[in-house]
Design a binder for this molecule. Structure first.
Ligand code: PLP
Length: 284
């Protein structure tokens, strides 16, 4: 597998990341995951903008994001994924320097890594739905940045897995925020409820797409806090993400959501989402 590392395309096994890399030592970096539909990058600019936001907030300087698109296409090509379902993983860290809590000396070059992987869409999961558990949010106060510091997310996801569920939904001060690796929307009184963006929520690209699809599909949307103690009143819960797209959550903490099967709004939005990805795939 050919990957990109600090300006070079090389076999993955030949990548040598320094043990002094700030990503390795401090999880000091950002990442993003982008879907490629038959070689077409989905919402590339939005992912790039989110990376740029993260770099700015973490004060990581000296990376030019402009060249990443070309690198992404090259990776698809090098790995025979130009006409395939694929994902691109991009990661930038503050670079390698002698371990110190302080920022590295001026001029330290950030580490840039990217790889492309074949992807099998979770078709059954989208069709049948998945279950989730609610867990206390133990993350830091800047969840709006897509940092590589994902320990609370992986701990929560593992907890879900061990409970026989697919996703863990973070709750903080009685508010349901998002999943360990997804955005979460709710349906009540036939309207889509969307937790407002704060420092405790990642601005999901899929969430934005789905909100605009809701408007074209004439589904009412209310941006408002969603409460843990409202769970029994939700008709549907939707999990959203770059690789999941839209997965209905049919059970929370072992209890059925609504009728316990994927609901009407999830189905409608899934069809609308499929239309835009089909359109992207057929673009010449
Ligand atoms: N929230 C969190 C915590 C995530 O990790 C992700 C995706 O990885 C999302 C939301 C969904 O974001 P996107 O739709 O941009 O993939």
């Amino acid at each position: 597998m050919v990957v990109f590392f600090n300006g070079e395309f090389l076999e993955k096994e030949n990548v040598a990341i320094s043990p002094d890399d700030r990503g390795f030592l401090f999880a000091d970096g950002v990442y993003d995951v982008v879907r490629a539909y038959r070689g077409r990058l989905f919402r590339w600019q939005e992912h790039l903008d989110r990376l740029a936001h993260g770099l700015k907030e973490l004060r990581i300087e000296g990376v030019s994001l402009g060249g990443l698109e070309k690198i992404a296409f090259q990776l698809l090509k090098e790995n025979g994924l130009e006409a395939a379902e694929a994902t691109l993983y991009l990661q930038i860290t503050r670079g390698a320097t002698l371990r110190s809590h302080r920022f590295p000396p001026q001029g330290t070059i950030p580490t840039v890594y990217a790889e492309a992987n074949p992807f099998t869409p979770p078709i059954e999961l989208r069709k049948k739905g998945a279950s989730a558990i609610i867990v206390p949010d133990e993350r830091w106060g800047r969840c709006d940045i897509k940092t590589i510091n994902l320990l609370p997310n992986t701990m929560a996801n593992q907890r879900a897995f061990e409970a026989g569920a697919f996703e863990a939904i973070f709750a903080r001060d009685g508010l349901l925020l998002e999943g360990s690796h997804s955005s979460i929307l709710f349906v009540k009184d036939d309207a889509l409820l969307c937790p407002p963006l704060t420092n405790f929520i990642l601005p999901g690209i899929t969430r934005n797409v789905v909100l605009s699809l809701a408007s074209t599909e004439s589904i009412s949307v209310h941006i408002r806090p969603c409460l843990e103690n409202e769970v029994a009143e939700f008709q549907e819960i939707l999990m959203l993400g770059t690789t999941s797209e839209i997965v209905p959550i049919t059970k929370v903490n072992g209890i059925s959501v609504g009728t316990g099967v994927p609901g009407r709004i999830a189905r409608k939005l899934q069809s609308a989402f499929r239309r835009i990805t089909q359109e992207l795939k057929s673009r010449s």
